[in-house]
Write a protein that binds this ligand. Structure first.
Ligand SMILES: O=C(O)CCC(=O)C(=O)O
Length: 254
């Protein structure tokens, strides 16, 4: 299948970001986003603030499912909302998406070390999960150090310009294995990847003996974007205001 929503006739193609006077990214970084589909590494949390973020995820392990992930609690948990909508992050998002930004998906994905692990994320494009009339941006924040052996993210630079690639019902793009520019995205804790939801990405198993790999991934859209499944998607306002009424906007949890 080409998209999870074939009946919607959506144009999922990437549209270059036009931001003449970026406030957080440099112009070269915006150019990189347009040409390669991502910007990395961007430091979002350091020092005491980073330790606070790491402690939050350590405490929140009680919410993990058997798949070692917890999903979209940022409308419920104030500490999680504060991480997702941190002004240091939204400053960058404004350059990519404009002044009014919502977050509609967040997921903490923790890969425990296991030399026999087979738990990988297959190559996919997140746009095939996002039935919307314009593209979203993702931020993947390293909670622990992420490196090749513990299952860091891998990108295929430039693949955001290829349109939606054929994938199976599990969103897996088999063809991606044939690309010769697959690139590991190693990060220090507190550093983040910003990438287009058209970019093909994956992550292999964590086959280390002792290096946990925790990452927080969040999907953001402009409030102008129209969710196209006939119902308003719920989302939480991260910066600016909802001028369009396209979303079922939650106020930040308190
Ligand atoms: O954290 C991971 O290993 C995978 C994340 C991912 O694929 C995504 O955010 O779409």
């Amino acid at each position: 299948m080409k998209t999870a929503y074939p009946d919607l006739g959506l144009d999922l193609n990437f549209v270059p970001v036009r931001c003449e006077t970026p406030q957080a990214f440099t112009r070269d970084e915006i150019e990189q986003y347009n040409e390669e589909g991502f910007i990395s590494p961007i430091t979002l949390f350091e020092g005491k603030e980073l330790r606070g973020v790491q402690e939050f995820f350590e405490r929140s392990r009680i919410r993990l499912t058997k798949y070692e992930t917890f999903r979209s609690f940022h409308h419920e948990i104030p500490e999680l909302y504060d991480i997702i909508a941190h002004p240091g992050t939204t400053a960058y998002l404004r350059d990519l998406l404009g002044p009014d930004v919502v977050c509609h998906v967040s997921q903490y994905i923790r890969k425990e070390p296991d030399p026999d692990s087979i738990r990988k994320t297959i190559y996919h494009q997140d746009s095939t999960f996002n039935p919307m009339d314009a593209r979203c941006a993702l931020v993947w924040l390293a909670i622990d150090r992420a490196f090749v052996d513990n299952g860091c993210m891998w990108f295929i630079p430039g693949s955001h310009k290829l349109g939606v690639l054929e994938c199976d019902d599990g969103h897996h793009i088999a063809e991606a294995a044939t690309f010769d520019n697959q690139m590991p995205m190693e990060l220090e804790p507190g550093q983040a990847l910003f990438f287009s939801d058209m970019l093909i990405h994956s992550s292999p198993p964590n086959r280390t003996a002792d290096a946990v790999r925790g990452g927080l991934t969040a999907t953001y859209a402009s409030t102008k974007v129209v969710p196209t499944l006939g119902e308003k998607n719920w989302a939480v306002m991260c910066c600016g205001e909802d001028r369009s009424g396209n979303w079922e906007v939650h106020q930040p949890p308190r």
